[in-house]
Write a protein that binds this ligand. Structure first.
Ligand SMILES: [Zn+2]
Length: 303
């Protein structure tokens, strides 16, 4: 089973990149119309289609495919998926659309930031321009039967990040705006690779907190309650990381020393460390790439 019913109208599909469970999710929301949130990478389009079949949704029934942002683990499968979904429009922020229509530039930057991991996710195929629906703040995707998704802009992790609010369960699909949820440990890992924008990320989190959601439906990975508690905690940690990292940079400390300071503040439990060792994307650690994102942000903002 790749799919799981979360409530009357929401399903989670575990995309299982290379068989790795509990890391990459798509969600299916079904009123009288059907929306999919996140395509996942090109690598896992077949698993997404298999999940749809398992849920009992025909490909032609899908009306919308909404992506929180265009990073290749979230939207990289769009160009490969859409030919299978003849009636679906792809909802994306206007700043992301051109990169889905012509994915070359995104591929080059994915290789720079992710290296081998980008190769694993696979190079995206282009999305035909006429399939794209530009997302706007406050837009509502009415799926019928009193089910809808409301669009919010959530810049920070990416400048074009979106979140989708679902009123009946009082839940939010935050994309990567709220970190990476390691559901096995009920723990949220920081997710701030470059180009990260701290101030924007914090004000986006503030907006999410003000919605007072009960649920977060993480793309990485799965549903989690106590949404407000998790969002507040994530914001507090981002602030703390920011203070430590900026302080270190002002003192002229090296990347290694600054990373060590963060590691001291956020010791990783042995069982978590063990789990991460064999993780599909996090085996390089949950500190180093994110410290790099902060430092790059501070360099940019001080320049
Ligand atoms: Zn991601």
């Amino acid at each position: 089973m790749n799919s799981k019913r979360l409530n009357d109208y929401t399903y989670l599909i575990d995309l299982k990149p290379r068989g790795f469970e509990n890391f990459s999710a798509s969600y299916v929301i079904k009123g009288s119309k059907v929306a999919i949130i996140e395509t996942g990478s090109r690598l896992t389009v077949e698993n997404l289609l298999a999940g749809l079949k398992e849920i009992g949704i025909k490909r032609e029934e899908v009306d919308y495919v909404a992506v929180t942002h265009i990073h290749i683990d979230h939207a990289g499968g769009a160009g490969t998926l859409l030919p299978h979904l003849p009636n679906a429009q792809l909802l994306v922020h206007k700043r992301g659309a051109s990169h889905l229509i012509n994915p070359e530039k995104l591929w080059v930057s994915s290789l720079q930031v992710l290296g081998d991991i980008a190769e694993m996710w696979g190079k995206s195929e282009p999305v035909p321009e006429e399939r794209i629906l530009i997302a706007k703040e406050g837009m509502v995707l009415d799926l019928g039967k009193d089910v809808d998704l409301k669009v919010f802009e959530m810049p920070g992790h990416a400048s074009h990040e979106l979140a989708f609010y679902e009123k009946n369960s009082n839940g939010v699909f935050p994309g990567d705006a709220a970190g990476i949820y390691l559901n096995k440990f009920d723990m949220v890992a920081i997710n701030t690779p470059p180009p990260f924008h701290l101030e924007m990320a914090l004000s986006s989190l503030q907006r999410l907190i003000q919605m007072k959601p009960r649920w977060l439906y993480y793309s990485h990975f799965g549903p989690a309650d106590d949404a407000v508690g998790k969002l507040k905690n994530y914001a507090a940690r981002l602030k703390l990381w920011g203070e430590i990292i900026l302080g270190g940079m002002r003192r002229g400390e090296s990347f290694d020393v600054i990373s060590e300071r963060i590691s001291e503040k956020e010791p990783i439990a042995p069982d978590v460390a063990d789990y991460l060792k064999n993780h599909i994307t996090l085996s390089g650690g949950i500190i180093i790439p994110n410290v790099y994102g902060f430092m790059e942000y501070f360099r940019r903002s001080m320049a």
